[in-house]
Design a protein around this ligand. Sequence first.
Ligand SMILES: NC(=O)c1ccc[n+]([C@@H]2O[C@H](COP(=O)([O-])OP(=O)(O)OC[C@H]3O[C@@H](n4cnc5c(N)ncnc54)[C@H](OP(=O)(O)O)[C@@H]3O)[C@@H](O)[C@H]2O)c1
Length: 320
Amino acid sequence: MRAVRFHEHGRPDELRVDDVDRPEPAAHEVLVEVQSAGVNPVDTYIREGATEPFTLPMIPGIDVAGTFTAAGESVTGLEVGDRVYGTGIGKNHHGGYAEYVAVPDDLLVALPPGVDVVAAGGAGVVSVTAWRALVDHANLQVTDVCLIHGGSGGVGHAAVQIVAASGARIIATASPPHHDDLYALGADVVLDYGRADLAEEVREAGDGGVDVVLDHRLHEYLQFDAHVANVGCRVVGIGEDETGVGFERSSETRRKDLQLTIMTMFNTPDFRIPLRKVASLMGEGELEIRIAETYDLDEAADAQQRVLEDSFLGKLVITP
Ligand SMILES: NC(=O)c1ccc[n+]([C@@H]2O[C@H](COP(=O)([O-])OP(=O)(O)OC[C@H]3O[C@@H](n4cnc5c(N)ncnc54)[C@H](OP(=O)(O)O)[C@@H]3O)[C@@H](O)[C@H]2O)c1
């Protein structure tokens, strides 16, 4: 089969298409014929060697969607021919940028009828992250005002729709070309993150402040978050705080009883739980993963370059 691999850590041009053996599923693995594999910022960190070391050469890709083709003897509950999607793969073993991938059966679930398999390939990391941040960590309530920084991103546009489905109020930030799309996805107020009076505008849109914040750039926004927070606000960080300062204004933080959780999707105790919730939202038409562009396997380097450098609404996926 054809698979993208990198033989050394480094720049995008380390990615190349190799002919490799089709994997044999182990006892608890499902062999998936890949129809779509999301391209995520974390794929680039792994390629660069910025995370823990891997055995090389390696096939990248944390997300996958496709057709269940074969399985090891311990797999139950799925039938050959089922359409499946999953995430959390490609961290400790080979990923989704290939014609086939063997996936542990606790990292994927069946797709409901009617859900587009190409969109599902881009859904995993971003929707599971948004679900875990908002529902599991922030304990989102219908009465909350929720601030989503970067609502146009992969995580952001999934988060906007998950909050919209809950009925809570959404203030999202994005660059101006994406504002109309975010209103269409359910945001109540969309603001340009570049404006000088952003904090004032957020507080005004939230009738005084916000109850939940999804923050993908902690180093830029942590103090801002404290400033726009209502008492009892839950801030969930999915980005880096490269400065390592935490909340600077400790008196303001204390006065507001702020809670900060910094999370990684990879700590999800059972991926099938959020994957099923997200699948059901997609099946009911409440969550639409927007695909900004699809790429062939031999365009993986372009896709990984664009995911870090360009502004687009939604997701980039590889369709082998
Ligand atoms: N902790 C975890 O488990 C986890 C999981 C998934 C992702 N992440 C991290 O979360 C981040 C976002 O991931 P993603 O897949 O959503 O990336 P993405 O699709 O590339 O989205 C990036 C978003 O950042 C916005 N943005 C750019 N400059 C900004 C600024 N100065 N202020 C506010 N927003 C700005 C972009 O808006 P415009 O395009 O409108 O300019 C876009 O909405 C990445 O750093 C990723 O590594 C962490």
